[in-house]
Design a protein around this ligand. Structure first.
Ligand SMILES: *Cc1c(COP(=O)(O)O)cnc(C)c1O
Length: 378
């Protein structure tokens, strides 16, 4: 008999999500206005210590709106963490601005403040003032925001905080999503909470979020007829999907605990295996452990990342390589990169293990059996 597939990070729905969808149906607020949209925006802003939020159809759309509201356009320069998912930086390309990529450091796997400084020094020499720095909290681990924000401030460049993977994470007790001039979230199906697809843009500047909201609904001027002075988008999240988000956000803290337990499960199982390293939390860092990732030193373990993935695949279990850095992508081969190849190393040696908040004991048994076998755990 074929065993059920264990996914890397599947959606985790509850009863309240279904009840909210029914309520949205019954009220007939089906589209891009309605009480759940307002509630979801209010609750997200509150959770992330923000004054204001605008919910949209994806995290990528949220970044695009930030780029537009900041007035970033053709010929401008934007610095972006190289080690990320392409959604972080695609909107910069939509607006024909130039991307410069910045490497990671080993402690959090996120943007290296020193590489960032080198990039900013060079920009200054060339009389370029970058319009934004896009920082990511990858796999839920907060980036070194204190250092990054201080370098950014010194060079007067605003930060866009990509917290797509880090809702529920904290740095020195401050929530991820509260740091940048703008921050964004994603509610894609594989994220810690989901609305099937969705995202949010947040800021402490209500006017700018209002402008983003305006752009997300086709930039319709408030007139009795359709008048447009700007080009907008059809990006707004529907009330139906926001109703799912409201219920998901309620369960977030519990989901974070489950994912952190997954991390401990792997950690306790593998900590004695030579050649495997985990991403520990530095002091003051609290990760939502969206995905548990390990680095595998093949010279010691005698098994490569590809072989591990294929061992899991044979048992119908999904695992994945870490994100392939943007500076290694064929589409960005001409872009400038600052760094020493830390992200190259992480990509080449890392693997993401099944991390859903709904993995059960049976799933863990199957996973444990494979890990025990491939790493000869006694
Ligand atoms: C998922 C993700 C995004 C994009 O979110 P979508 O909702 O899929 O558009 C952006 N950045 C990072 C780091 C992500 O993981």
């Amino acid at each position: 008999m074929e065993k059920d597939r264990i996914f890397l990070s599947p959606p985790h729905m509850g009863n309240e999500e279904a009840e909210n969808v029914s309520e949205a149906f019954e009220s007939n607020w089906i589209s891009t206005q309605g009480p759940f949209i307002n509630k979801f925006e209010k609750n997200l802003a509150k959770y992330c210590n923000r004054k204001s939020a605008c919910v949209v159809q994806s995290g990528t759309a949220a970044i695009h709106l930030a780029i537009r509201v900041m007035g970033i356009s053709e010929g401008d320069t934007v610095l972006c963490q190289s080690f990320t998912f392409i959604g972080s930086c695609n909107p910069v390309v939509y607006e024909k601005a130039n991307l410069i990529f910045v490497d990671s450091e080993y402690e959090t796997w996120n943007m290296c403040p020193n590489s960032l400084r080198r990039a900013l020094v060079d920009c200054k020499k060339q009389k370029i003032i970058p319009k934004a720095i896009i920082v990511v909290h990858l796999y839920g681990m907060p980036a070194k925001m204190d250092q990054i924000l201080s370098v950014a401030k010194q060079y007067k460049v605003p930060v866009i905080e990509d917290a797509a993977e880090a809702l529920g994470s904290k740095l020195n007790n401050k929530p991820c999503g509260s740091f940048g001039r703008f921050s964004i979230l994603s509610f894609n199906g594989n994220k810690i909470i989901t609305t099937s697809g969705g995202g949010a843009l947040m800021s402490n500047n209500k006017d700018e979020i209002e402008e983003a909201n305006f752009l997300s609904t086709q930039a319709k001027e408030s007139k009795a007829f359709y008048e447009h002075k700007k080009i907008g988008y059809n990006y707004k999240l529907s009330n139906i999907l926001a109703s799912i988000g409201v219920a998901q956000l309620k369960g977030l803290n519990e989901r974070v605990l489950k994912r952190r337990k997954n991390y401990l499960f792997y950690y306790n199982l593998l900590k004695k295996v030579k050649g495997i390293t985990f991403l520990d939390e530095p002091e003051g860092y609290f990760s939502n452990r969206w995905l548990t990732c390990i680095l595998v030193d093949k010279k010691i373990t005698n098994i490569s990342v590809e072989e591990i993935i294929s061992e899991f695949a044979d048992e119908n279990i999904e695992t994945r390589r870490l994100w392939k850095p943007m500076h290694m992508q064929p589409i960005f081969k001409k872009n400038i990169f600052y760094g020493k190849g830390v992200s190259n190393f992480l990509f080449e040696n890392g693997i993401c293990l099944p991390s859903g908040s709904n993995i059960n004991d049976e799933d863990k048994k199957r996973i444990k059996r494979i890990l025990t076998k491939i790493f000869s755990i006694t």
